[in-house]
Design a protein around this ligand. Structure first.
Ligand code: GLY
Length: 350
């Protein structure tokens, strides 16, 4: 059964999140489109092949080898050149099929091609389904600076499809699970957080998983509707990310293999410790540590807090001396707190 959530910005429908069990369920969303250009991650070629077979309006396709190094203007130029060579007009719709790197690249390329054509997302990772492919953040890296160039433009739709997760490796699935748990820490209607922990530890039906994934995407869609350009509430989605970015930065320096979700899980535990130390929460670090460990996510940063502080200090310089921390008061409610890095590290090591 298809479900749908509308993202409304300033009272106007800006895009939608649709859910479905089968890949072919995307066809009605593209009905009447005469110029669909598919930009897909070569790892998701089987998904692209099914879409191309099911959608009559596909006029061309571009395969990418999605990688952080290839998340660059060079790849955006490659996509836009291919669109031009294929004769894409201003009526074109670019459909991104892949994880967050692919949806960010294709969305950005579409948003600047001929001063902007529409795009839509078919995310093929759990991480992209609950986070990256929802909300309109697009862009590329500039040298070593992640997501330094980009725009926020809402996709016409993001299709959350259960079938595409069939071949997702377990570690990548867990990486997305961390973002899903993060979302339910921010907003927890219908006991979604505990239900997600139960599903992830004890297993359950595909239908229940799809309900949880769609609920998480829906929470994000709601936040984006209220704050599309991250002036306030959207910052809540960065729960755990201040520490996670520092962990990922250190991992890159050392050549360690840590997924984004793993870093976010460790970051959320550190944020909970900080919240407990500040009296914002009580016993949250122990609760998250137990839940995440049961799910199979790492809970302890392999790097010293002093090492992470250096990376966080760099952010601090950019933001006038304070770091924006997102702290959970309890499951389902977070607050924003600005603190100097040194004070946060002091509280964490007490
Ligand atoms: N990934 C956080 C956001 O889209 O705002």
């Amino acid at each position: 059964m298809q479900k749908e959530i509308v993202i409304s910005i300033d009272g106007k429908a800006a895009g939608r999140v649709a859910g479905g069990s089968r890949i072919a369920g995307i066809a009605p969303l593209l009905a009447g489109e005469e110029e669909v250009f598919v930009v897909y991650d070569a790892n998701a070629d089987w998904v692209a092949a099914e879409v191309i077979a099911a959608v009559p309006g596909v006029r061309g396709s571009i395969a990418l080898e999605a990688s952080e190094a290839g998340k660059s203007m060079e790849t955006v130029l490659l996509i836009t050149r291919s669109l031009l060579e294929a004769g894409a007009s201003r009526k074109a719709l670019v459909l991104a099929i892949g994880g967050g790197i692919t949806t960010d690249l294709a969305g950005f390329a579409a948003s600047i091609y001929k001063r902007g054509v529409r795009y839509a997302n078919l995310p093929t990772t759990l991480l992209a389904q609950v986070d990256a492919a929802v909300g309109g953040k697009t862009g590329v890296n500039l040298d070593d600076y992640k997501n330094m160039l980009g725009v926020i433009v809402q996709p016409v739709f993001t299709f959350i499809c259960a079938e595409v997760l069939r071949t997702l490796p377990r570690r990548d699935f867990l990486s997305g699970a961390a973002e899903m748990l993060k979302t339910f820490l921010i907003e927890n209607q219908d006991d979604h957080y505990d239900r997600a922990v139960r599903w992830l530890t004890a297993g359950g039906s595909d239908a229940e998983r799809q309900e949880l994934v769609f609920a998480a995407a829906g929470v994000k869609a709601g936040i984006v509707s209220r704050d599309p350009f991250e002036a306030g509430e959207r910052r809540k989605l960065n729960l755990g990310h201040t520490f996670a970015h520092a962990i990922e930065h250190e991992a890159r320096q050392r050549g360690d293999d840590i997924t984004h979700g793993e870093a976010v899980a460790m970051g959320m535990v550190l944020a909970a410790r900080l919240g407990d130390a500040l009296g914002v929460s009580a016993g949250l670090e122990a609760r998250l540590t137990a839940d995440f460990a049961a799910v199979g996510l790492p809970v302890a940063s392999p790097y010293l807090l002093e090492t992470l502080a250096e990376a966080m200090d760099k952010d601090k310089k950019a933001e006038g001396g304070l770091v924006h921390f997102v702290l959970a008061e309890r499951i389902g409610s977070v607050v924003l707190r600005d603190l100097p890095v040194a004070e946060a590290i002091n509280l964490l090591t007490r």
